[in-house]
Design a protein around this ligand. Structure first.
Ligand SMILES: *[C@@H]1O[C@H](CO)[C@@H](O)[C@H](O)[C@H]1NC(C)=O
Ligand SMILES: *[C@@H]1O[C@H](CO)[C@@H](O)[C@H](O)[C@H]1NC(C)=O
Ligand SMILES: *[C@@H]1O[C@H](CO)[C@@H](O)[C@H](O)[C@H]1NC(C)=O
Ligand SMILES: *[C@@H]1O[C@H](CO)[C@@H](O)[C@H](O)[C@H]1NC(C)=O
Ligand SMILES: *[C@@H]1O[C@H](CO)[C@@H](O)[C@H](O)[C@H]1NC(C)=O
Length: 199
């Protein structure tokens, strides 16, 4: 009896991580959430990515959902880093809530750790918007390199921002903030989830 209980406990421990991996995505809905082919939890900061990659024109439509947005003075970001894996050289979509309560999103060409201000990205991007309901979502379609199989993604939540210049302040250096990057398979082959966004 005791060993059966132990077995059940062990099985539960083995099973729960993979169930948790879609818990964030499946707990959230947003307008048109059904239009994306794939989704994966980006668990390190309680977020989720929905995406549809169209190989015939190299378009990659994303919806980045940040669930635990409570500080209206902070920003959220999702980025592709075409030349590296972390923050420097990331081509970012950064969203925040304006004084009137509406969400805004801007593009940032992040070339260093200082002076992070809005700028054009190194690739084309269309249909950029943000929606704030129970979660905070950034929508965009980006052009990825032809025949790309993966992209390096980076996501983040951070300090304040200057509403005039758009300059954003640094994020926390807590463990969760420092592991918020990974490789995104545009067409996932095995499963759709991973704790670090390596999907
Ligand atoms: C999302 O859908 C709801 C319900 O249809 C609607 O009230 C809301 O305006 C929509 N939000 C956006 C940002 O389109
Ligand atoms: C992918 O893009 C091509 C070229 O624009 C288009 O013809 C096709 O319908 C798209 N596929 C999907 C699934 O949207
Ligand atoms: C790719 O195809 C989709 C679906 O037809 C279309 O919505 C989108 O505008 C196209 N993107 C590019 C970059 O041509
Ligand atoms: C991004 O910033 C770097 C450094 O300022 C610059 O060399 C590069 O041209 C910028 N990229 C775009 C697309 O503007
Ligand atoms: C942008 O949105 C419009 C309207 O929904 C759509 O027709 C167009 O295909 C989209 N463009 C891309 C590049 O996804």
């Amino acid at each position: 009896m005791a060993s059966l209980l132990l077995l059940i406990l062990l099985l539960a421990l083995l099973i729960s991580p993979s169930q948790a991996d879609t818990a964030i995505c499946t707990s959230q809905t947003f307008n048109n959430s059904n239009v994306y082919t794939n989704y994966a939890d980006l668990t390190s900061l309680g977020s989720c990515l929905h995406w549809t990659y169209n190989a015939s024109n190299s378009s990659h439509a994303v919806a980045f959902v940040f669930v635990g947005y409570t500080n209206y003075d902070s920003w959220i970001a999702w980025a592709i880093n075409p030349t590296g894996t972390g923050m420097v050289s990331a081509q970012a979509l950064v969203a925040y809530i304006l004084d009137d309560g509406t969400p805004a999103v801007k593009t940032y060409n992040i070339t260093s750790y200082s002076s992070i201000i809005p700028g054009k990205l190194s690739f084309d991007v269309w249909n950029v918007s943000a929606e704030y309901t129970s979660a905070f979502t950034i929508f965009a379609t980006v052009k990825v390199p032809e025949k790309a199989e993966t992209v390096n993604q980076v996501w983040q939540v951070g300090g304040g921002f200057n509403k005039i210049t758009g300059m954003i302040e640094k994020h926390s250096f807590a463990a969760a903030n420092l592991i918020s990057y990974g490789t995104l398979s545009l067409v996932p082959t095995g499963g759709t989830t991973n704790t670090r966004g390596d999907v």
